[in-house]
Design a protein around this ligand. Structure first.
Ligand SMILES: Cc1cc2nc3c(=O)[nH]c(=O)nc-3n(C[C@H](O)[C@H](O)[C@H](O)COP(=O)(O)OP(=O)(O)OC[C@H]3O[C@@H](n4cnc5c(N)ncnc54)[C@H](O)[C@@H]3O)c2cc1C
Length: 360
């Protein structure tokens, strides 16, 4: 009977990070289970270049020092020379995390359950096979929950005529007016003729791909882009509720990624936070680390409740952006804002609805 040092359940970004950051430099034998074909997965992950992401600069595929937030009437431009907005892709992250010294065995099967037995875990896969490991890193998570807000999106990578895009300017949020839902376009110009154009919605229900496609086409048309070649697409659903599993009483079970509370609920950003989570776990004796502090979580909760109970068309986001400079904005998005920035944020929000949500 072979007992692995650790079993990783799910080879999304957090499972991959466990292999690289926790075991990559060792000669330990690790087993990972993944129910999907991760070679078919690719998507872009965006984040601001915080200090904890600096060791990963070599995986960055593009940086932008300027980004805009606006709607048809107003556009706020932010600049940060110190902490630019960066992107990498799932494929790049996967390659980076699988290039390690340790031995990783990947089993392309779904785990149905695991439980402790003596001083290791028994792991059962869908075909009733049994595997053994000393530690469990579990990244399975609920993406949807009835009645809760979701961030859902669909985007296409396009090639267009030369010099169509200004590759120095990223459109972080361009809000459009919709009935009953908050919608914005997210444009990543990788070069003068290539971009990811994404339609994103905050609402309780996910839409068919045709809905987002219509918004993408409208946006492109308004920007006089009628001739484009679609190279690939990406779509996703990110919980805008606290999707964190309870900390396990068994100190050898580690909940990681979104399951371990990595997602910043109010924004859907999770990639750099899940890396921070695994870095913190490396230096911790506990099986759980807090990535978002109490005040940040409280503000996220009030904000989410405000979005759930009020019709928001993006103006609050634009007002918030206009009251902050680029460095302050990125510090808020990455959970590193100072008290002064937090006060500026609170001051930007519609007072009465926020006070109501605070006392709920
Ligand atoms: C298309 C897309 C774009 C995103 N863009 C950004 C971004 O720009 N910036 C950002 O910060 N965040 C972004 N996110 C949010 C977040 O970073 C991702 O959701 C990220 O994938 C979360 O990683 P994870 O490891 O927690 O979970 P997952 O990526 O969901 O990984 C879990 C893995 O476990 C597998 N699995 C589930 N159940 C089992 C089982 N029983 N047995 C075996 N395997 C199982 C799944 O197939 C999956 O591969 C994006 C998300 C998506 C989907």
């Amino acid at each position: 009977m072979k007992i692995y040092k650790a079993a990783i359940i799910g080879l999304g970004p957090s499972g991959l990070a466990v292999n690289k950051i926790l075991y990559g430099d060792s000669s330990k034998e690790i087993i990972a289970f993944e129910s999907e074909d991760i070679n078919k997965r690719n998507n872009i992950f965006g984040f601001w270049l915080t200090d904890w992401m600096k060791p990963f600069e070599k995986i960055i595929e593009k940086k932008w020092y300027k980004w805009t937030i606006g709607n048809k009437d107003i556009e706020v431009m932010h600049t940060s020379l110190d902490k630019p907005y960066c992107v990498t892709s799932f494929k790049t992250w996967k390659k980076f995390c699988l290039e390690t010294k340790n031995k990783l065995e990947i089993i392309n099967k779904q785990v149905v359950r695991y439980f402790p037995e003596q001083n290791y875990f028994k792991i059962i896969t869908i075909d009733d096979k049994i595997y053994y490991a000393e530690n469990i890193y579990d990244s399975r998570s609920a993406k949807e929950k009835k009645g809760e807000l979701l961030q859902h999106f669909f985007g296409i990578n396009i090639t267009v005529a030369d010099n169509t895009f200004n590759e120095d300017n990223l459109t972080l949020m361009h809000f459009t007016e919709e009935n009953n839902v908050l919608h914005f376009m997210y444009i990543l110009p990788f070069s003068h003729n290539k971009a990811l154009v994404e339609s994103t919605v905050f609402s309780k229900d996910v839409f068919p791909s045709s809905w987002y496609r219509e918004k993408i086409n409208d946006y492109l048309k308004k920007n006089n882009i009628t001739n484009f070649k679609e190279e690939s697409s990406e779509k996703g659903v990110i919980p805008m509720f606290f999707a964190e599993e309870k900390r396990s009483v068994n100190s050898n079970i580690f909940n990681i990624g979104i399951r371990g509370g990595a997602c910043k609920t109010s924004t859907g950003y999770a990639f750099s936070f899940l890396i921070k989570q695994i870095q913190l776990l490396k230096n911790s004796k506990n099986n759980h680390v807090n990535i978002h502090n109490f005040l940040e979580r409280k503000m996220d909760k009030v904000f989410i409740n405000f979005l759930k109970n009020n019709r928001e068309d993006g103006r609050s986001f634009i007002k918030l952006a206009s009251n902050l400079n680029g460095d302050e904005f990125q510090s808020f998005m990455m959970g590193e804002s100072s008290l002064l920035t937090k006060l500026k944020i609170i001051n930007s929000m519609p007072k009465l609805p926020f006070i109501k949500e605070l006392f709920k």
